[in-house]
Structure formats: C-alpha cells, structure tokens
Design a protein around this ligand. Sequence first.
Ligand code: SAM
Length: 253
Amino acid sequence: MPTTLTRDCLRLDRNLSDAEYSRYRELIDQRRGFGYYQKLEIRDAAGKQLTTPGSHPCQAVITILDAHGFPRDFAGKSVLDIGCNAGFYSFVARLRGARSVLGIDQNQHYIDQANLMKEIVGIDVDFRTGDGHSLDGGIGAFDIVINTGVIYHLQNPIDFLCQMAKLTREFMYLETEALLSPHLTDYAWFIEGSYCEDHSNWWVYGPRCVERMVRAAGFARAEFQGFVWTPPPGTKTPEGYDRQGRAAFTCWK
Ligand SMILES: C[S@@+](CC[C@H](N)C(=O)[O-])C[C@H]1O[C@@H](n2cnc3c(N)ncnc32)[C@H](O)[C@@H]1O
C-alpha cells in the first residue's frame, strides 16, 4: 500500500506535482459547500500538506480510540464503516490489513468527499450512499463494523442497531456522545430541538444503557471502554445544556 498512517498524517510515498497539488486543493475547497466533519491531514513524500477543514481531528482521535479498543489489526477482515463521512476510518481499516472495506454514508456530499480522499491517498475502499436503517438488500455481512459518531444522530437507534447486528459477523466498534454522570449510566436523554447547535442530535445515552441496547439488538457482549473525550467541567452547549462526553464500546456477536 503506497500510503501509510503516521501519528500526524496519512503519508503518501510519492511527491504530488505542483499541478496535482493545486488541483486537489481546489477540489477539497469545492467540496466545502456542505461542510467537512472529518479533518484529514495528508502529506506527500516532500512534505506538501493537504487538509480537509473539518472539526473532527482524525489523527488525534484515532490515537485515543486505539487506547479504547479500536482494532489495531484488521488482517483479512471484511469491514463495513457505517456513517463513513470522508472515509478516514475506512482508510485506517484497509491500512491495517482489511481485505475489503465498504464505507456507507447517507449523505452524498460526504461520499463525494470520501471519493476525493480515496483518489488522493490511493487506498481502495468502496464508498456508497445508503441509510444504515435499511441496508439488508444484498450487501451481505461483514466481519467487523465500525460505527463511530452515528447513533446519537438517529431517531430510532434500536432499529439501526438491529440492522448492524444482522450485518456483523464478529465485532462492532461503537463510539457515541454519552452521559457523563455515573448516576445516569442506565438512562438515555431524548433531545427535542438542538444540542451543540445541531438539529440532527436526538439522543445522548448513558454507557450502561448503550451496552443494554447493543445486547438487545442481537450482540452477545458489549463492553464500555471508557470515555474517549470529556469537556472541561462546567462546559455548557450553546443551548445551555451541560455538555456531555464521548464513549467507546466493543461489541461482540
Ligand atoms: C458525526 S459524523 C461521524 C463520522 C465518522 N463515522 C466519524 O466517526 O468521524 C456522523 C455521520 O453519520 C452519517 N449518518 C447519520 N445517520 C446515518 C444513517 N442512518 N445511515 C448512514 N449514515 C448516517 C452522517 O451523514 C455523518 O457522515
């Protein structure tokens, strides 16, 4: 594989020509219209840097997820990255040995971003649009499912998790916004309106609540791996809610 994952970037083993470099910068800029979520940092062999202007610092986050059960070895596995966004975790899975990776996102503009990243980094991932609630039609099952940053965006998370259970052969890695208070670990909070200025946020779950939901959906075992991010104490969302944390889970069929 010509690209490697380093601590601070996806590193190409070749130099981008000046023409390629300015073309990719322009194409990254053109896909800014609907916004970027993932901040991917790509560097060529000479150190020329391409960065997507997202708020989610992928390189820093993968280091933290790795310390919380994200698979370091995907050797020979088939992988589904649900809610793949601009494709970072799909690329990581391939770079860590996955045999095949399907990245699915319900938003075409994210799939367009992912396909541009694929062209730049030269990593073979199949990116398609689709809704995780209704993926049964002929895509088969996958050894590993990556499910990060999605379930708090869903109105019907159990439906979605049941679909994921049908599609998972061995293991699902799950990450989500999660309630910080140990007193609320068994509960979930339904948001009517907006949270962090995002109307697509519907639920924030206590960690034990997530484990129960995952088991009820068809997984044999679900284990809270800890909070992967917590805000400074006293942080409020723009709406005035207490800002919650992010938690990771390993889920086994
Ligand atoms: C917060 S982003 C997380 C992106 C990526 N998984 C990550 O962890 O960086 C949520 C992504 O899930 C996608 N998404 C939300 N609901 C979905 C659904 N029902 N089916 C497929 N993708 C979905 C969104 O379009 C968005 O790209």
